[in-house]
Design a protein. Structure first.
Length: 82
């Protein structure tokens, strides 16, 4: 019985083709930060009209890229202050 329970638990983490499912982490960026970045990239109007699902995947990728650059800049500034 334990073996079957383990198989079921393992299967839940797999796709139909037997590949591991990728987890989707939610809430990594605050809504305020996402909106700030969207304004900088000029896509905030689209988000207001269509929601987050209305942006292109390229724009979403650019948002992530911008957030990473902001985080790296902040880390550099913190290390320079030491």
């Amino acid at each position: 019985m334990e073996y079957i329970a383990q198989l079921e638990a393992d299967y839940r983490g797999m796709t139909k083709k037997g590949m591991p499912k990728m987890s989707r982490r939610r809430g990594v960026m605050s809504d305020q930060l996402k909106e700030e970045i969207a304004r900088e990239l000029g896509i905030y109007d689209t988000i207001q009209q269509e929601g987050w699902g209305g942006i292109k995947s390229r724009d979403a990728g650019n948002m992530v890229k911008q957030a990473i650059q902001m985080a790296e800049r902040q880390l550099r500034e913190q290390s320079d202050q030491r």
